[in-house]
Design a protein. Structure first.
Length: 279
């Protein structure tokens, strides 16, 4: 009987150290775990998780459109693998940005280095997977693909994205600054399409009004009672109309001025509504 040869130990800094509960809790790491759940059998998931926790992954590189890694097993040379990551085109990210523009705090969260979990639903609405739907991978091992070595690399990928979530955008074909610019463009276009404050009025569209001299007695008289005024329907609300009109701030800073002002305006409005309701 041949003796059982234990796997060669990898580098200590390549070990998976984060609990699975934490990886499943925060986006985009949770989206990677969802891809693992959907593409690997339980035994391969356990084997991949064991490799990741034991430090068998020698190298791991996250780049646009792919994940490359090498996994050391019992063989002399480590297995080399590549996992494809779907990349969105610029137009594809613009479609996502239009959906993101509905959420007022999205820009502030991205500027702070956080990825809201609601982005997953927006990607699905645009017919895109939050991470990888059907995994396509290559590996120098002889196992059926996707193999346990790919699972190990994905577990470590989830931990990397937990520590540096904005790396996710680089893997999917964009970056934070480009996405923020698309988000501001989407909000500006939306405002131009809906706002009425700056619409031009032709002379032939002006209503015919009675001469001012004939209205002096009733000029300051309300046409309806104050109670009826309170019941009058409010015009449709368009959030951050002025900020959308102003567009991208010319100030070059760590955080975009428009996104920060949106968050401040939303918070002030919320407090004002609460105080009015409680008064």
């Amino acid at each position: 009987m041949k003796p059982v040869i234990p796997p060669k130990k990898g580098k200590a800094n390549m070990k998976l150290k984060t609990a699975m509960e934490d990886l499943r809790l925060h986006a985009p790491a949770s989206w990677v775990i969802e891809s693992i759940d959907a593409n690997f059998s339980p035994d391969r998931m356990v084997a991949g998780l064991t490799y990741a926790m034991d430090g068998q992954i020698r190298t791991l590189k996250l780049s646009e459109g792919e994940i490359t890694a090498s996994v050391q097993c019992t063989e002399e040379k480590p297995f080399k693998l590549t996992i494809k990551v779907p990349v969105l085109t610029s137009d594809g990210w613009m479609k996502v940005a239009k959906l993101m523009a509905v959420e007022a705090r999205m820009a502030a969260r991205l500027s702070a280095g956080r990825i809201p979990p609601t982005l997953a639903a927006m990607l699905r609405e645009c017919k895109q997977s939050p991470f990888i739907g059907d995994i396509e991978s290559t590996c120098t091992c002889n196992d059926k693909k996707p193999c346990k070595h790919a699972a190990a690399a994905l577990f470590l990928t989830a931990e990397r994205l937990l520590a540096t979530p904005l790396r996710y955008f680089e893997m999917r074909g964009t970056d934070k600054d480009d996405l923020l610019m698309k988000l501001r463009q989407a909000r500006t276009l939306d405002a131009k399409g809906q706002a009425k404050a700056h619409s031009s009025i032709r002379e032939d569209e002006l209503p015919e009004l009675a001469p001012f001299e004939s209205c002096l007695e009733d000029f300051w008289r309300m046409p309806h009672s104050p109670k009826d005024a309170d019941r009058a329907p409010m015009p449709p609300h368009l959030p951050h109309t002025l900020l959308r009109r102003l567009g991208i701030s010319p100030m070059d800073a760590k955080f975009p001025m428009v996104g920060l002002l949106e968050t401040i305006y939303d918070e002030v409005s919320r407090i004002a509504r609460e105080q009015r309701r409680d008064s």
